[in-house]
Design a protein around this ligand. Structure first.
Ligand code: FPP
Length: 238
């Protein structure tokens, strides 16, 4: 009996939607004198750990920043490595996502990716389309400013200026069918949003941790969720 109220409070304070800027793969590899690709590979292992744990603790939606619209500036070889890991991840983990009732979603313009990757992604999303459980959104060639420009342009085509309000914009965002973003985590000690979910982060709690992404594990997610639980969210009120 004594533990029950605390548990209940924890459950009430669980963030519904968590987003993660998975940073620090390169530095993780460098510290070990490994190529950057090894850091990204270890980053995928962290993705697997953290997505599983997020499901286990009841987080309804998780959005991960796997490739930003600015990542095209990286050397071609590294972009190729990231594409390869994405292929591998889909091939090795799709069955689990289907079985675990995960709704897989992509945000961002992934159609710029190589044709076979686009096909793999489309197939993966469609194989999860009957699922009804937690959402895993992977941001691929995503940039928040481009998302907002697209949204406003679409609205401008069919609405007059005074009809364009926050709700209308939200209805055009790629996250429109997801719960509001509660918690945004960035790893590796950098304190930036890097064009990720700028609109959605308006009232999110921000958490910057020093852990490099490949080292991020179940306990780190638990700590982040616990930190969220202690925050006093006022949404502009008192
Ligand atoms: C940032 O680390 C990380 C990325 C640019 C890519 C994140 C990608 C993954 C974790 C793997 C792919 C994901 C899936 C779902 C298959 P960095 O390279 O900028 O690290 P650094 O700042 O230390 O150099």
């Amino acid at each position: 009996m004594s533990g029950a109220p605390a548990l209940q409070t924890r459950a009430l304070n669980l963030p519904r939607h968590v987003a993660i800027i998975m940073d620090g793969n390169g530095r993780w590899a460098k510290k070990r004198l490994l190529p950057r690709a090894a850091g990204h590979k270890a980053g995928v292992d962290a993705v697997r750990r953290v997505t599983r744990h997020a499901r286990a603790i009841g987080i309804e939606a998780l959005t991960i920043y796997a490739f930003s619209s600015e990542n095209w500036r990286r050397p071609e070889e590294e972009i190729g490595d990231l594409m390869g890991l994405l292929r591998l991840f889909i091939r090795s983990d799709l069955a689990e996502l289907v079985r675990e009732n995960v709704r897989l979603k992509i945000i961002g313009d992934y159609h710029r990716f190589p044709g076979d990757v686009v096909t793999l992604i489309d197939d993966a999303v469609s194989r999860c389309s009957a699922n009804t459980g937690p959402i895993l959104a992977i941001a691929l060639n995503y940039g928040a400013q481009a998302e907002l420009v697209r949204a406003v342009r679409r609205l401008a085509e069919r609405l007059s200026p005074e009809q364009i309000d926050a709700a209308a914009i939200e209805g055009e965002l790629e996250t429109r069918d997801m719960p509001p973003l509660d918690l945004l985590i960035r790893t590796s000690g950098e304190h930036r949003l890097s064009n990720f979910l700028l609109w959605q982060a308006a009232y999110a709690e921000l958490l910057f941790v020093d852990t490099l992404w490949p080292d991020f594990g179940e306990a780190d997610l638990d700590e982040a969720v616990a930190a969220f639980g202690t925050r006093n969210r006022r949404f502009g009120g008192l």
